[in-house]
Design a protein around this ligand. Structure first.
Ligand code: PHE
Length: 341
């Protein structure tokens, strides 16, 4: 009797622990425990070996076991009725929503810039991010020990051969003039690197777009008109521009271009540092020495070049005030740009 009671106790635990959600599992459970050749029927047969005075107690224990098994079976069947089909898959469950991705704000800005210049007949050129000293500096009229090299803190990779991470996309200008004869009309979007401490206003890498147009009779007026067209398309027809004299070793004369602040409309805010103007690019007429460096006759050909930071354009367009946001991949930031092209 002792042994029988132990066996029953074990069965109860087994029944409680039984898990299964489909029809097959419920039926297997029924056959195993409640069937005509099932465990419970078999145990009932033991009644005859139980001493008479204990028969009543044994009967009660067996009844509670049977009740437990029946309840379990009902619940297994119930689970099947409510949530599953024969295959065990609930076709009525709602699907997992697939979230729609979006382009990175820098990609949005690059696509817009590219499409505007494409309409003016500019082709796209690309170059390597790991450059040599010649294409990044020397060919651009920045010989060794030239003080203007300090304008851009450089990541040097090796000294001999002198590999470095390009500090500007002007290196692509150099590569284009090296391999192509005028007319050259290109823009080069790409990533550039500078050895700067990362903060809201500076980063060790960012993105630029360089433009270059070399042909006969290219003038400063062409440069101005091209950039004027660009900013109107990019920021709207009410935008104003101004050029300030500047210095770049590879252009002469050189200028920096400001646009009227699109955030405050000129009345003064933190973006324009209360001046009403924001600087967006550097530009100028290609230095004759640079043309000569590549065997382009500087008496016959002239050219203009310009370069701008995409993060800057993005900042003005989307009011992003911390450069670090572009590379942190925080989806809460990136999600705000879904829907762009
Ligand atoms: N390369 C310059 C810079 O990175 C920008 C520039 C490009 C200026 C072309 C003039 C002409 O600051």
């Amino acid at each position: 009797m002792e042994q029988l009671l132990q066996q029953i106790e074990q069965l109860k635990q087994e029944i409680n622990a039984f898990e299964g959600v489909n029809g097959e599992a419920a039926e297997a459970f029924r056959i195993k425990y409640l069937g005509t050749k099932g465990i419970i029927k078999g145990l009932m047969g033991e009644m005859k070996s139980v001493p008479n005075e204990q028969k009543k107690d044994f009967g009660q224990v067996m009844n509670s076991l049977k009740q437990l098994a029946e309840e379990k079976w009902e619940s297994l069947k119930g689970a099947e009725d409510n949530s599953t089909t024969e295959s065990g898959i609930d076709w009525s469950l709602p699907g997992d929503a697939a979230s729609v991705g979006g382009r990175h704000p820098i990609s949005l800005v690059r696509n817009q810039i590219v499409s505007i210049f494409k309409r003016l007949g500019f082709a796209i050129a690309e170059g390597p991010e790991i450059e040599d000293d010649w294409h990044n500096f020397t060919a651009l009229n920045l010989p060794e020990n030239h003080p203007a090299r300090d304008m851009q803190d450089t990541f040097y990779i090796s000294q001999n051969p002198d590999w470095l991470l390009r500090t500007h996309t002007s290196s692509v200008q150099a590569r284009m003039m090296e391999t192509h004869k005028p007319p050259i009309r290109i823009i080069c979007p790409g990533r550039v690197y500078r050895n700067e401490t990362i903060s809201a206003r500076a980063h060790c890498f960012f993105h630029q777009v360089e433009g270059l147009y070399v042909d006969e009779h290219v003038s400063f007026a062409d440069l101005k008109q091209t950039l004027y067209f660009f900013v109107k398309e990019m920021f709207g027809k009410d935008v104003k521009v101004r050029f300030r004299p500047s210095y770049f070793p590879f252009t002469e004369p050189s200028a920096e271009m400001d646009i009227s602040c699109s955030v405050c409309g000129g009345s003064g805010c933190s973006l324009c540092k209360h001046t009403g103007w924001v600087e967006i690019l550097g530009c100028g007429m290609v230095h004759p020495k640079m043309l000569d460096n590549f065997g382009i006759d500087s008496n016959k050909y002239t050219g203009f070049a310009f370069g701008m930071g995409m993060e800057r354009i993005c900042q003005i367009k989307y009011r992003v005030n911390d450069l670090r946001l572009y590379s942190q991949n925080d989806v809460r930031f990136l999600k705000q740009f879904t829907g762009g092209i």
